[in-house]
Design a protein around this ligand. Structure first.
Ligand code: 13P
Length: 342
């Protein structure tokens, strides 16, 4: 198999029928924030224990094709001493790694950020591949405000995503390319569509000029929704129509999979919206999920930092994984939420 064919095969496995990607790659400060919301102490050991519970939940591999981890997690082991990455392999979940180092203030653009992490990226990618990673993630953050985003911010982030994607592919790792337009704000859904269009336009221009293999990547976009503080909230039909319309205009059919982030939607909302989009198929690409909060939130609350709660937390996680998998095939209905035992 050529290197290109290997990348394409991995990307296709990440977008496999009925499965999606678990994002459990919160940095330690973000994980601490999420833990604190439920009064859970955040230590290296508590983060390890929580991630072990999710990554080794029995049967998760039926719904989850890949798991994106943080640098700390990919080096950790299960409580019985197996490297977590090996435990994942046993369930056929592909291991992935977040490689950006976060959004930092963009020079001369007050209030806007550019995602960093290109320094020594080639060496870091080689190390992650040696550890066993098969894919990577980089998240750009675009915030909608009265005067933002600027074209400068969109282009700086798209350029960095292109550099990252090319380096990841050169290292034999599939890049998840994530240009997230944040939900937070008072903007309406039309403004979200307009900004997302500009972002995707700039991104695919950069991916082409930086020689990225479209068949060997996964796009991780936001759904097109009303801002979370907008007084008028668009319904599922509008979200599905506008998101699909925008993706059809800007995402080449050569991209094998589009895996949505949840972005602050509840698990139920994210599933309803994904289901509505899948139901309008067939589409040129696989539509799936790469949820963080929408897969984890109930499980984290139930776990609460207590070892005795692990089985119940795993059930809650598996429930959300099963619902997301149903949405990814167009078979989800809200009634299913009550049918599945917790
Ligand atoms: P959310 O689904 O919680 O938005 O997280 C997905 C993700 O990986 C953001 O980078």
């Amino acid at each position: 198999m050529t290197d290109e064919a290997k990348l394409a095969a991995t990307a296709e496995a990440m977008a496999a029928a009925g499965k999606g990607i678990l994002a459990v790659d919160e940095t330690s400060p973000t994980c601490t924030k999420r833990f604190n919301e439920f009064g859970i102490e955040s230590t290296e050991e508590s983060r390890r224990a929580y991630r072990e519970a999710l990554l080794t939940a029995p049967g998760a591999g039926d719904y989850i094709s890949g798991a994106i981890m943080f640098n700390e997690t990919i080096r950790q082991s299960t409580s019985d001493g197996r490297p977590l990455i090996d435990a994942l392999g046993a369930t056929s979940i592909l291991p992935g790694i977040k490689v950006d180092t976060g959004a930092r203030p963009l020079a001369k653009a007050p209030g806007e950020t550019v995602t960093e992490g290109l320094d020594n990226l080639r060496e870091r990618l080689d190390e992650y591949r040696e550890i066993g990673a098969r894919f990577t993630k980089w998240r750009a953050v675009i915030k909608i405000g009265r005067e933002t985003p600027s074209l400068y911010c969109i282009e700086a982030n798209a350029h960095a995503l292109g550099r990252y994607a090319a380096l990841a592919q050169e290292a034999g790792l599939v890049p998840i390319v994530e240009p997230e337009v944040l939900m937070s704000g008072e903007h309406d859904i039309e403004r979200c569509r307009e900004v997302t269009e500009e972002v995707l336009h700039s991104l695919f221009e950069q991916l082409a000029s930086q020689r990225c293999l479209l068949e060997g990547m996964i796009l991780k976009p936001n759904m097109i929704t009303s801002g979370s503080e907008c007084p008028v909230q668009a319904d599922t039909d509008d979200i599905a129509e506008l998101t699909l319309n925008t993706l059809r205009r800007h995402v080449p059919a050569a991209v094998p999979g589009i895996a949505f982030l949840s972005g602050g939607q509840t698990g139920e909302e994210a599933c309803k919206n994904l289901n509505a989009m899948v139901s309008r198929g067939p589409h040129p690409w696989e539509l799936t999920f790469s949820f963080g909060r929408a897969l984890q939130h109930p499980a984290l609350e139930i776990w609460g930092g207590k070892a005795g709660n692990v089985p119940a937390a795993q059930s809650a996680f598996l429930h959300r994984a099963r619902m997301s998998s149903a949405a990814r095939t167009g078979a989800y209905t809200p009634v299913m939420e009550d049918e599945s035992p917790l």
